[in-house]
Design a protein around this ligand. Structure first.
Ligand code: B12
Ligand code: SF4
Ligand code: SF4
Length: 229
């Protein structure tokens, strides 16, 4: 795949230098409301950037240690800086999952990678399980040709016991969705220490992608960002 200023392999290599992966992408349909590209006109195509397991962590930590002062939302800031630099090098506009109004990253990922949501709302990946995330996307003003995603096996379909729906002390995840406030109250409360120090008990109960599971301290970092604790 070739872009006006390089190939997909070169983009992937630039991202890999920071532990990030070029995931996949697609071309927007003519009748779609696509976000703006670099010149302000609607983008024609998008490539998603993400992580599997904790691969970017050492790069992020090194960057954080070099910062002159404490920064709010440091992981977002790091990802914006790194992905922004790659975008600039390859003639794309970078966007973040935290940009407001929120961009439909999970819908994009379902389309690009043929993934489907787990009962927790997190997209289930056949290799990484629940241990992957999106850190940004590159918007291009030209069309790109990306191979159609293979229909990925959806591990949740064959998971009869669904342990991910049985471990939360306040049953925050259910068929009705995610009870955000009940989760927050528990995580911030006197019995929330296991979630605070080791991450979501429901997410950790899933048996798949175990080798990509984030270490406890990284899960604690994400939980602190989520719950403000
Ligand atoms: C707002 C938000 C939340 C809210 C959800 C409130 C709500 N009911 O909408 C809250 C704060 C609860 C939340 C929590 C978490 N989130 Co969140 N969240 C987002 C965010 C920033 C925007 C979602 C949105 O509105 N998008 C706009 C709509 C139009 O796009 P969409 O693709 O249609 O959105 C889908 C989601 O909204 C999803 N959804 C709805 N409710 C919930 C709740 C949860 C927990 C999840 C994961 C998804 C989800 O349904 C839509 C269906 O397609 C996205 C990033 C993004 N830009 O999408 C991350 C995102 C969905 N979150 C993510 C994650 C991992 C989490 C957490 C599980 C972990 C964490 N961040 O610490 C936690 C759960 C806490 C826990 N117990 O561990 C990941 C999912 C990655 C994946 N592999 O699929 C995303 C994509 C961010 C990322 N950087 O990758 N999240
Ligand atoms: S425990 Fe089972 S249902 Fe839950 S996320 Fe994992 S595979 Fe899917
Ligand atoms: S973080 Fe804790 S309280 Fe929140 S959903 Fe997970 S197990 Fe439940």
């Amino acid at each position: 795949m070739t872009f006006s200023r390089g190939t997909a392999e070169e983009i992937a290599a630039a991202l890999a230098a920071n532990g990030l992966i070029l995931r996949s992408g697609f071309t927007f349909g003519d009748d779609e409301m696509a976000p703006a590209g670099l010149s302000g006109f609607p983008a024609k195509s998008v490539l998603l950037v993400g992580q599997a397991g904790a691969a970017p962590w050492p790069y992020f930590q090194r960057w954080l240690e070099g910062q002159p002062r404490a920064i709010a939302n440091p992981l977002d800031s790091w990802a914006r800086e790194v992905i922004g630099a790659v975008a600039q090098g390859f003639g794309a506009r970078a966007v973040s999952p935290s940009d407001r109004p929120y961009l439909p990253f999970q819908q994009w990922a379902m389309r690009a990678e043929a993934l489907r949501p787990s009962p927790l709302g997190i997209l289930m990946h056949p290799q990484y399980g629940l241990w992957h995330a999106y850190r940004g996307a590159l918007l291009f003003e030209g069309e790109i040709s990306v191979p159609e995603p293979h229909a990925a096996i959806h591990l949740c379909d064959t998971c009869v016991e669904k342990p991910c729906l049985k471990s939360c002390p306040v049953d925050a995840y259910s068929v009705d969705g995610f009870a955000h406030q009940a989760c927050l109250a528990h995580v911030r409360g006197p019995r929330g220490e296991p979630c605070r120090s080791g991450g979501c008990l429901d997410r950790n109960a899933c048996p798949y992608g175990a080798e990509y599971r984030y270490p406890a301290d990284i899960q604690a970092f994400h939980m602190a960002a989520f719950a403000g604790v």
